[in-house]
Design a protein around this ligand. Structure first.
Ligand code: SF4
Length: 166
């Protein structure tokens, strides 16, 4: 039961400048089934490894660091743990009011395709979604915050309507 509500993570970086604008608190989620060729972090693929996120500690650390512009959840792919992700994101939003960026190897279209109420709820709390798998043939080192040019930085507050079915 616990594993469903607690987020399984690979690690935390308390101050990062490469996972979104400004200085960010980054949670790297454990587990990813996309298995992109030349993935930057294949150690995060397994769902057997990792540790469970200690929510009280991260909230405290985020609130105690005035330099942070926001929180980023990367991976692995957080969308393989949607229930736990929603719980954590709600908690972070309510307790810190920080901007939340989430990386995923799914495209936004694929996430919306099933009309999953969990996805709809997640999209209410996530500010920016960085979507799509890493595609090595589209690798571009000049791009900020993404690895390959198919990936998109989507502001869910202003741009979600573009991707929703009419
Ligand atoms: S989605 Fe990310 S973590 Fe998963 S295989 Fe692709 S690059 Fe690696």
């Amino acid at each position: 039961m616990m594993a469903k509500t607690k987020l399984l993570i690979a690690g935390i970086v308390k101050e990062s400048v490469v996972d979104g604008p400004g200085i960010r608190y980054v949670i790297f989620v454990q587990g990813c089934k996309h298995h992109c060729f030349n993935c930057h972090n294949p150690a995060t693929w397994s769902f057997d490894g990792g540790t469970l996120l200690d929510e009280a500690t991260i909230i405290k650390e985020i609130n105690e660091n005035p330099l942070l512009s926001g929180v980023t959840i990367s991976g692995g792919d957080p969308f393989f743990q949607k229930e736990a992700l929603l719980r954590v994101i709600k908690l972070i939003k309510e307790a810190t009011k920080k901007e939340i960026i989430v990386y995923t190897g799914f495209t936004v279209e694929a996430l919306l395709a099933d009309d999953d109420p969990l996805v709809a709820e997640l999209f209410r709390y996530i500010d920016i979604l960085i979507d799509g798998p890493y595609r090595h043939e589209l690798r571009d080192l000049s791009l900020k915050f993404i690895g390959s040019s198919n990936q998109r930085i989507i502001n869910l507050k202003t741009e979600l309507g573009k991707y929703q079915k009419k």
